[in-house]
Ligand binder design. Structure first.
Ligand code: SAH
Length: 340
């Protein structure tokens, strides 16, 4: 059965037409789902009861249930939501000067196997539906009583491993009849699925793409990320250049600093050589230690030194501000605790 919350207004209209319903019913339903953000069909009080019953027979409705909420002293909120099939996903709400940002998960688990990441430890359970990605934002807005105006797809999962659902999610989220989030306020992070980067570029969405690079050589990257065995850095950066050319959106490169592994001056020099002349931004992230993994975060001085070298080479780099440190535990750890 199809998830009603994952349909575009056009698809809803076609579905309602097949049921012999006028098209304004589709617009009413879209409004209930994406503006009023209802959980159930019975809340759609301006629909005839018979139509609601028919919709219940023909469609599912993705709705998330709040399981756990942790609130940090800096206001960051970490959420664990239950899905209809009792699986769980994590999402985070952060407050910045420019507004409220939500970090959503794109899959239940992940099959990319990055060695420093907690989200991939149990493998991939399933993809998230577009409606289930939207619901993370809708339920957070409801719980926190605010409007979310920035989105990062940096939670559990590899968004480009669930590309069709991701694109549909982004189209729905930016739809003028729905939440109408600006494309410019959206960042999608990938470990570097090269063919999918090319496909995403073809969509001509005005969103920022962030590439998880984490190492300046293929040899080193292969010790951290299995995806590096499939695609070389050269191929991956070429796909990123093509993304920039197609969308005009400046690339972001993420570099998680692991003590003694990829945080030395020679790594910063090699990274500078790779990115020289590109219109891009580097995000430095001291690695978040994960109980099951042996990596340690870089020392503050090494992080600062790394940034300075990049900047001296004309590469724009910022150190990611740590949010919610007191409720931390690396990303993916709330869900892991539930699974145990
Ligand atoms: N699968 C996507 C998005 C999810 S992770 C990707 O790989 O980009 C978002 C970012 O956090 C990625 O750059 C990822 O490599 C990084 N990350 C994962 N675990 C981390 C950890 N323990 N410490 C620091 N960064 C981490």
């Amino acid at each position: 059965m199809t998830d009603l919350r994952s349909l575009t207004p056009e698809e809803l209209r076609a579905a309602l037409q097949d049921m012999g319903q006028p098209s304004f019913r589709a617009d009413q339903i879209f409004d209930w789902l994406h503006r009023k953000k209802v959980r159930t069909l019975d809340e759609m009080t301006n629909l005839p009861k018979a139509l609601r019953e028919k919709l219940k027979e023909d469609f599912t409705l993705s709705t998330l249930t709040l399981h756990t909420r942790q609130i940090s002293r800096d206001g960051t909120r970490k959420y664990l939501f239950l899905l209809p099939d009792r699986q769980a996903v994590e999402s985070v709400l952060m407050h910045y000067d420019y507004g409220s940002t939500v970090c959503v998960s794109s899959q239940v688990g992940c099959r990319m196997g990055c060695h420093f990441c907690a989200s991939t430890i149990g493998g991939l359970s399933r993809d998230l539906l577009p409606g289930e990605m939207l619901e993370q934002i809708y339920r957070i807005e409801e719980d926190a009583g605010l409007t979310v105006n920035h989105l990062v797809v940096m939670g559990t999962g590899e968004p480009l491993d669930n590309l069709d659902n991701l694109i549909r999610f982004l189209r729905l989220l930016t739809h003028p009849a729905g939440k109408n989030l600006s494309e410019r306020n959206i960042t999608v992070s990938t470990c570097g699925l090269v063919p999918q980067i090319a496909r995403l570029a073809e969509e001509h969405l005005g969103i920022t793409l962030a590439l998880s690079l984490h190492a300046p050589s293929d040899e080193l990257r292969r010790t951290m990320m299995p995806i590096a065995n499939r695609y070389t850095i050269a191929e991956t950066l070429a796909a990123c250049d093509a993304y920039f050319a197609a969308t005009g959106r400046r690339m972001s490169y993420e570099y998680s600093l692991v003590r003694g592994v990829n945080d030395q001056p020679e790594h910063a020099q090699a990274l500078s050589a790779l990115l020289k002349g590109k219109n891009c931004h580097v995000n430095l992230i001291p690695v978040n230690p994960v109980a099951e993994r042996s990596y340690e975060a870089s020392q503050e001085a090494s992080v600062a030194r790394f940034q300075k070298i990049l900047e001296k080479n004309g590469i724009n780099a910022t150190i990611r501000k740590k949010m919610g440190a007191d409720i931390d535990g690396a990303c993916g750890q709330l869900r892991r605790r539930l699974m145990e």
